[in-house]
Design a binder for this molecule. Structure first.
Ligand code: MCN
Length: 800
């Protein structure tokens, strides 16, 4: 591990071709290149797009959580001036295939999702019909004129109730609502528990969350009948995957489809998946021969865009008298909503299970996870996707054990960490951790927080009737989903690679085409840092192109914080290919062997000769002139890579929360959040800190304020920002970020992902802090969100 001050040190100048040159940009706080268009109002979001003859779609959504669709009368809507057409589920059936999950678990029952329902609606917000009109407001008005006759059916929103005998079936072909069971065991938990000094049982709830991206979803589709070409602009994190799913769902030739993600205002995992609206709007454009636009309203977004989390977990943890954890048993019930979204089935099962033991060396794990269908909005990836839920489990478990043994929670963690000499380390949960320094991360966070002093202050303040609390959370997660073979083994129907093409122009400047798809992460800056350093160019000589399947070769997507550890390495490899060819051209021009050349700062020099050199730009020029190339070499200078990583990278860190609880009102004041994160080599500390800040806001939001509630008819009680409480700036604590650097051995840059660290580490830190503050009342656990009423009631109950 290196500390902050050592990050970004200069490598010796003048490296041989193929070795890593000096870092001029990597490790530096280069300002975001993508900000200027945003700050000057020149960014192009989906709704900025307009086309000749554009018509607007608005969707009729079910107001009922479970209902048979008896009849749909479109006549009054069609009579509206300006309405072009109204299409119902029955009109669609033959033309558009239903959407299927992309993550298929063994033995899974996978009911498909119709693009518009024709038989029954399965959640409030399910799409029943669509109105297309000349104007957006006309379409929205005409939606209200579509008369749908429903026969209301019994419903179930809670996953545990959905498993009870006689519960209403969300899908007739899954009568017990149980889509999948994931079981994993290592060792014998019964024996571990029998031999343990203590066994603690605790029920933990990871409530349902709304991802709340700043920009709701939207789609514009434009079909050109003369060529059969279809262009779809969509607010997605995964344009290349959407292209494939569009072809499969609409039965179109994939090579005639172009998908573009314009500027996208955040996604947090919710814009990763193929949604019915993408198929629907594309189909409407084909049907009408006109471009069609659909923009999700904020109210629609609350019900129609995927939710996250929604786990109920029964935890058992066994430990010896010295605080060594000897076994874990989890019984989890996960709510997947009314349909299996693309990655939905794998998040609470595979993703969660791999993280079950956290940063600790725990020999015995016994997991059973039930993935359940209910009459609610589908649940899929939300920043962290399974890893926050698992971290919450294990980090609450650590505090519960520490409390029972009257041990300091920091000390308990020290006793259980995977030791730094043990890497690569394969946990009992089956995850190989590539590198780590868990104890060092803790010590740094304790130091930054001033832990010892805070504990002293806590004791003093208690004497004055004031209750401050300290919460620690040490997390590890996995990033850079791959390799492809692993994804195949766990049933995820896509590759684990990422692609890049590096095109050197005759002038010596470079365009990099990446299959990743930035939607706020700053790839135009960080990817350019990587390419510019490797080529010895100014960052101004590098342009990054993403998000357009017609311009970029192929790609996967931006998710699982994979862009740096997978997409970044694809760029590095393609750059290596360009340098290798350029070196051969340079050797030819200088009439020396390739081995006699060294490449640095954009120049090929003959070793030992100060005046014998040729610039990268001159080589590029010659590559395209083709006048003087080595025999048999093709002109041009462009290379590509489909980089498939050899394993997962495992970033880690420690977050410490400091709270004060007003025991009269139950109000929690989150005073400080101290975060020490380790994502290996940091490409850009400024953007990295921004990523951590954003993630912390969402993690703190879950711990303190956010949560979806349904009424007994399956209607969301928290379906707008008055009732669904995301953190505002003034609600945020002082955030203190720092990092350690433990490079990944799996890639030449030593990078790991970072985009989700904030949501993964912070949630249990905050909950642990509040429970710690209230420990004098005998409170050992509180469910999230920790709003004042819940905290106050717990205090009253404890006092009683
Ligand atoms: N970074 C770095 N050094 C590293 C790793 C990352 O400097 N070793 C910085 C870079 O600025 C990089 C950014 O962090 O551009 C994110 O890189 P990475 O961790 O590889 O994550 P991805 O680019 O693949 O982004 C996905 C991740 C996920 S999964 C969610 S969810 C998420 C997130 O990123 N959603 C976001 N961050 C988001 N940020 C914004 N603004 N909006 C979202 O929707």
């Amino acid at each position: 591990m290196k500390t902050d001050e050592q990050v970004g040190g200069e490598a010796p100048a003048g490296s041989a071709p193929g070795s890593r040159p000096a870092h001029r940009y990597i490790g530096r706080a280069v300002k975001r290149r993508e900000d200027l268009p945003h700050l000057t109002g020149r960014a192009r979001f989906l709704d900025d797009l307009t086309l000749p003859r554009l018509v607007h779609a608005s969707i009729v959504r079910s107001p009922l959580a479970h209902a048979r669709v008896v009849a749909v009368d479109t006549t009054p809507a069609l009579a509206h001036p300006g309405v072009v057409t109204v299409v119902t589920g029955r009109d669609l059936d033959a033309a558009v295939k239903p959407i299927v999950a992309n993550w298929i678990l063994p033995g899974m029952k996978a009911p498909a999702r119709p693009v518009l329902v024709s038989d029954k609606a399965r959640f409030v917000g399910d799409a029943v019909a669509v109105v297309v009109a000349e104007g957006r407001q006309v379409a929205a008005d005409a939606v209200r004129a579509v008369r749908v006759e429903y026969e209301e059916l019994p419903l179930v929103t809670n996953q545990e109730l959905a498993l009870e005998q006689g519960a209403p079936a969300v899908h007739d072909d899954v009568p017990d609502n149980l889509a999948a069971i994931w079981r994993q065991t290592q060792g014998d938990f019964g024996a571990a528990a029998a031999a343990a000094a203590i066994v603690i049982r605790q029920r933990l709830v990871n409530q349902r969350l709304v991802p709340s991206a700043m920009e709701p979803r939207g789609v514009v589709a434009d079909y050109e009948p003369a060529t059969g070409g279809l262009t779809v602009w969509t607010t997605t994190q995964a344009p290349h995957l959407i292209k494939r799913f569009l072809a499969e769902t609409l039965g179109l030739p994939e090579h005639r489809i172009r998908v573009v993600a314009p500027d996208v205002g955040g996604g947090f995992g919710s814009k990763l998946h193929f949604y019915p609206e993408e198929a629907l709007i594309a189909h409407l454009s084909i049907r009408l021969g006109r471009p069609v636009k659909w923009i999700e309203t904020r109210s629609e977004s609350f019900v129609a865009t995927n939710h996250g989390r929604d786990h109920v977990e029964d935890l058992e943890v066994a430990a010896d008298a010295n605080g060594r954890i000897t076994g874990l048993r989890y019984r989890v019930c996960a709510n997947l909503g009314a349909y299996l979204s693309s990655m939905g089935p794998g998040i609470p099962t595979v993703n969660f299970a791999l993280m079950a033991t956290g940063t600790y060396q725990i020999p015995v794990v016994d997991l059973e996870i039930k993935a359940v269908l209910t009459n609610t909005t589908p649940v899929d990836t939300y920043r962290g996707a399974g890893r926050p839920e698992a971290t919450y489990q294990i980090e609450r478990a650590m505090d519960l054990v520490a409390r029972r043994l009257s041990m300091d929670p920091a000390e308990l963690r020290r006793r259980n960490y995977v030791k730094s000499s043990s890497f690569p380390y394969t946990s009992a949960a089956g995850l190989t951790h590539d590198s780590g320094e868990y104890e060092a991360s803790l010590e740094r966070a304790l130091h930054n927080a001033g832990y010892g002093d805070l504990r002293q202050r806590q004791a003093e303040l208690r004497g004055e009737g004031r209750y401050i609390g300290l919460g620690i959370s040490s997390y590890v997660e996995f990033c850079g989903l791959g390799p492809s073979r692993l994804l195949g083994l766990v049933g995820l129907g896509r590759g684990g690679w990422e692609s890049a093409t590096v095109r050197a122009h005759p002038s010596g400047q470079v365009t990099v085409f990446s299959g990743s798809s930035s939607h706020g992460q700053g790839h135009l800056t960080t990817f350019a840092q990587i390419a510019a350093d490797q080529l010895g160019l100014s960052i101004d000589d590098v342009v990054i192109v993403e998000n357009d399947t017609a311009r970029v070769q192929f790609g996967n997507a931006t998710y699982n914080s994979r862009s740096m550890p997978v997409g970044g390495i694809a760029i590095l490899r393609a750059v290596d290919g360009v340098i290798a060819k350029a070196t051969r051209i340079a050797a030819h021009l200088l009439e020396v062997d390739v081995a006699d050349l060294e490449f640095s700062e954009g120049r090929f020099r003959v070793r030992g000769f100060l005046d014998r050199e040729v610039t990268f730009a001159a080589v590029c020029r010659q590559a395209y002139l083709g006048h003087n190339l080595p025999d048999g070499m093709e002109p041009g200078l462009e290379e590509k890579s489909f980089y498939d990583p050899s394993g997962l990278t495992t970033p880690f860190g420690t977050h410490i929360a400091v709270v004060e609880v007003d025991v009269e009102t139950g109000d929690v004041i989150l005073e400080r959040l101290v975060a020490v994160d380790d994502c290996g080599t940091v490409i850009n500390p400024l953007l990295a800190a921004g990523q951590v800040h954003g993630g912390l806001a969402q993690g703190i939001g879950q711990a303190m304020w956010e949560g979806v509630e349904y009424d007994d008819r399956g209607r969301m009680l928290t379906a707008d920002f008055r009732d669904y409480n995301i953190p505002k700036a003034h609600m945020m604590p002082v955030i203190e970020t720092d990092h350690t650097v433990t490079p990944s051995p799996l890639n030449p840059l030593g990078v790991k992902g970072l985009g989700e660290a904030g949501t993964i580490g912070s949630v249990p830190a905050v909950v642990n802090a509040v429970v710690d503050a209230l420990s004098p009342f005998g409170i050992v656990h509180l469910d999230m969100p920790l709003h004042p009423e819940r905290v106050w009631r717990a205090i009253q109950a404890a006092k009683a």
